[in-house]
Design a binder for this molecule. Structure first.
Ligand code: 77Q
Ligand code: MG
Length: 214
């Protein structure tokens, strides 16, 4: 049977990256996506911005919405301090299966909890299921029309504290206009746009970083 793109991406990692070396996993995926097959990872250019935001926050708890093949999961988890936890949510079981193997190849399974399901179902259960009080960082990279409703849900569930950071991918392409309008006009957030490009292309895209003011 035909392989899927995520399966071919995983094969490229297993062939070209060193087990236990997250940077080589990231590099192998970027090489594959730049020279073989485009895939919707945050990519190397936006990935550097992601890295700088994670390093600046030094988060103890991270929520990632949208795992896909685990590329940004590996980037984030490789920068976390010891005992820090990353919970990543993936809706598609095929993507989740590939991501588990990519995360394991990077040797980061102890820092990552991959949960399969929909954000609307799981966000209200974060506290009881995972003993999370609040998230220091939320990386939004799932369905673009869920960024706004899920941000409101995260607020309502008391999962943010003063200083919590929301970092949203694709605010230009594919675009999240309702989310941008809300977050930039809300007195509860201080937002900053990091102009970049859609992964592996020259098309404009960017990340929106928003600090919750409490
Ligand atoms: O669609 C994107 N990502 C989302 C994929 C599906 C997420 C599903 N999912 C995961 C967790 C979860 C929890 N609850 C509900 C649903 C959930 C995406 C697309 C593009 C893109 C594509 C084509 C093009 F021409 C230009 C740009 C680029 C990106 O960087 C992207 O991230
Ligand atoms: Mg994205």
């Amino acid at each position: 049977t035909q392989s899927t793109r995520p399966q071919r991406l995983l094969s490229a990692v297993q062939k070209n990256a060193t087990r236990g070396d997250p940077r080589s996993v990231v590099q192998a995926i970027d090489q594959f996506c730049r020279h073989k097959e485009w895939a919707m990872n945050v990519g190397d250019e936006k990935g550097c911005i992601l890295d700088s935001v994670v390093s600046e926050i030094n988060p103890a708890t991270v929520l990632e919405l949208g795992t896909y093949c685990g590329y940004s999961t590996v980037r984030i988890a490789s920068l976390l301090p010891p005992h820090a936890k990353l919970i990543t949510l993936e809706f598609n079981p095929n993507y989740a299966s590939i991501a588990r193997q990519v995360i394991a190849w990077a040797g980061l399974e102890d820092k990552v909890q991959l949960v399969e399901g929909a954000s609307g179902d799981w966000i209200p259960k974060m506290k009881e299921q995972f003993g999370v009080k609040t998230f220091d960082l939320v990386f939004l990279d799932h369905w673009k029309d869920r960024y706004l409703p899920d941000t409101k849900l995260i607020e309502e569930c008391g999962l943010l504290t003063k200083g919590s950071v929301l970092l949203a991918d694709n605010v230009i392409c594919p675009g999240t206009p309702d989310y941008l309008e809300y977050i930039r006009s809300s007195p509860q957030y201080e937002s900053q746009y990091f102009k970049s490009h859609l992964e592996y292309t020259k098309v404009e895209d960017g990340l929106e970083k928003s600090v919750f003011l409490g």
